[in-house]
Design a protein around this ligand. Structure first.
Ligand code: ARG
Length: 580
């Protein structure tokens, strides 16, 4: 819609002798006066050294000749206020109704999204929530825009945390065969570790390593031995991986988060020798205090960017080593056009270093972007914690919200006993995700369960509730079933016109969300659509309408609003329910 209008206005400017580029049309910030506006006369005026108002008058005069334009008015000091005709709106609505892409502009690039970032052997904690929610949504937005997208969880499965867990298991079960030097993978691993055990062991081991130097040293050695392929440790590591991944998958799927590949830091190990060779052949490596580093500082850096450490003096791999080696694998397997890292913004220095080093060494063709995010805080404004101040396990957090949603739903009385659990789960996930995505990703926000779960206001619950309202309207009109591609031939009321205009801006909302890599623009668009619909629903009847032509038009509109809302929620990673 905005694209079409901008073309028309650009044409008008060109006909008056100005640049086409000034014809950009935006949604009006004074909806009481007009639907759209163009502020291009101000830009044209600078170049032409003329008063903006006279340019606006000329362009508006020409624009008015366009049959799609109902009114175009120059307003001092140089705005052009625009309204379009209902015929134009209806034409676009009929196109939209037949468009499998909902008016979402289509693109072609291949994008790999690195998100989730869970660490094996440590339970998922609240800090992993945002990476999962934002990454999943960006993945879905890019897919809706036609991109070929791969979601990679990039497990932290090769670091010291594994060594810590192994060292603690060794203390507890010194007799396990896997700890013997002579152990071979072909011996088979006969012990099992449960996820609850792991969840208890990691914090205990991590705590111990802080006060026990010997234990810490042991964990480090075991990590290094694992990385160099000691078979007993590999066997134990595989068991830890099996148990952890099973648990992670169940947690992520509860959140409606799904990865295409489950690669981890360990998968990068095979590319480390190649990375080292490439860096050294290109003369990029330098020794510093026994460590190998690459200089990545650049002239003009506001804050110094220190050299990136590739190998520590003890030869162990670093977080950066793995990220760089991973790029070699990604180039080989996927050759993406872009890689988006959805990771806490506090890791921004790390990514600056990694990206610069990757560029210098020519490791990858893709554009690399760190899409950082802020922190989810508790009501005290500090990072969200358990009641006793500990780090909250993600599964405990999600369970608590599902319980709260369940209570609310039971109160409402609209959900059958059989559907209660499923509905509670979807409502809870909607509340958590919308509460998060509604903020620009870079901002910190406060998690407020009561507000997020409310059925009124800008919440996920309100949005899925709106869908259930439309469901119940359409259930009362049997003919709705064959209105999947509705036809629109008249605009009956102002609110219907507003809804149409808003539906026609969906493509724009996607474009902005994609350009900014920010799902909050989809939240805004969805919420506005739901509130417009609520106004309509308050003032007009659908099944009760006796004028059959009007009734038919309204059914068509309900069908469209529902499909678009469902689509918008889907790209936020939110599922809808039949009733609630
Ligand atoms: N596992 C890391 C963490 O917990 C996040 C990984 C992010 N992705 C990456 N390619 N570095 O902080």
């Amino acid at each position: 819609m905005l694209k079409k209008l901008s073309e028309m206005v650009s044409n008008a400017f060109v006909q008056c002798g100005y640049d086409a580029s000034v014809g950009t049309v935006i949604v009006s910030d004074r909806p009481d006066l007009c639907q759209f506006q163009c502020n291009g006369a101000f830009i044209a005026a600078k170049k032409a050294k003329k008063a903006p108002m006279s340019i606006a008058v000329d362009a508006a005069d020409i624009l008015r000749q366009n049959p799609a334009i109902q009114s175009a008015e120059a307003v001092a000091p140089g705005f052009i206020n625009i309204k379009v005709t209902d015929a134009f709106i209806l034409e676009l609505m009929n196109q939209l109704a037949g468009d499998a892409f909902y008016g979402i502009p289509q693109r072609k690039e291949a994008i790999l999204i690195d998100y989730g970032g869970a660490n094996v052997a440590k339970p998922l904690h609240i800090g992993h929530l945002r990476a999962a929610i934002i990454g999943e949504s960006l993945k879905r937005i890019a897919r809706a825009m036609g991109c070929k997208v791969i979601g990679d969880v990039h497990l932290g499965d090769w670091g010291l945390q594994i060594g810590l867990v192994m060292a603690e298991l060794e203390t507890r079960f010194p007799d396990w065969a896997c700890f013997k030097d002579s152990f071979r993978l072909s011996d088979g691993f006969s012990q099992t570790v449960s996820i609850d055990e792991l969840c208890e062991i990691y914090p205990c081991a991590s705590e111990k390593s802080k006060r026990d130097e010997v234990f810490r040293g042991r964990a480090k050695d075991m990590t290094a031995d694992l990385q160099s392929g000691r078979e007993g440790y590999l066997a134990l590591w595989k068991e830890i991986m099996r148990v952890s991944i099973e648990d992670l998958q169940s947690n992520y799927s509860k959140l409606n988060v799904f990865f295409d590949v489950w690669y981890g830091e360990s998968d990068a190990e095979q590319y480390v020798p190649e990375l080292m060779r490439s860096l050294s052949d290109q003369g990029l490596l330098r020794e510093s205090d026994g460590a190998l580093v690459v200089d990545v500082g650049e002239e003009g850096d506001k804050a110094a960017v220190p050299p990136i450490i590739i190998k520590k003096s003890d030869h162990s791999n670093m977080y950066s080593t793995t990220d760089l080696a991973t790029l070699i694998g990604r180039q080989r397997e996927f050759d993406p056009d872009a890689i988006w890292y959805v990771v806490d913004k506090r890791q921004s220095l790390h990514f600056t270093q990694v990206f610069r080093c990757a560029r210098k060494a020519g490791l990858i063709r893709a554009a690399l972007e760190h899409l950082g995010f802020g922190t989810m805080n508790g009501s005290d404004g500090k990072p969200y914690k358990t009641r006793d101040g500990g780090v909250m396990r993600l599964s405990d957090f999600v369970t608590a919200i599902i319980d709260a949603a369940g209570e609310k739903i039971a109160e409402s009385g609209f959900v059958t006993a059989a559907d209660q659990d499923d509905t509670a789960q979807k409502v809870a996930v909607a509340a958590i995700k919308f509460g998060d995505l509604n903020n620009h990703r870079l901002k910190d926000y406060i998690f407020d369960i009561d507000r997020f779960l409310a059925f009124e206001g800008k919440t996920g619950s309100y949005l899925i509730y709106t869908v259930t309202r439309i469901n119940s309207i359409l259930k009362r009109v049997p003919e709705a079933a064959d209105r999947n591609t509705p036809h629109f031939s008249r605009v009956y009321s102002d609110i219907e016109r507003d809804i149409f205009l808003h539906l026609l801006l969906t493509g724009q909302a996607f474009q902005t969300a994609f350009n900014e890599r920010a799902p909050n623009f989809i939240c805004d668009h969805a919420y506005r659509l739901a509130s417009l619909f609520s106004t309509f629903y308050h003032d007009y009847h659908v099944s009760g309408e006796t004028d059959m032509v009007k009734r038919d038009a309204r059914i068509g509109m309900c069908v469209m609003v529902r499909s678009l809302l469902v689509k918008l929620l889907d790209v936020l990673g939110i599922q809808t329910v039949e009733s609630m």
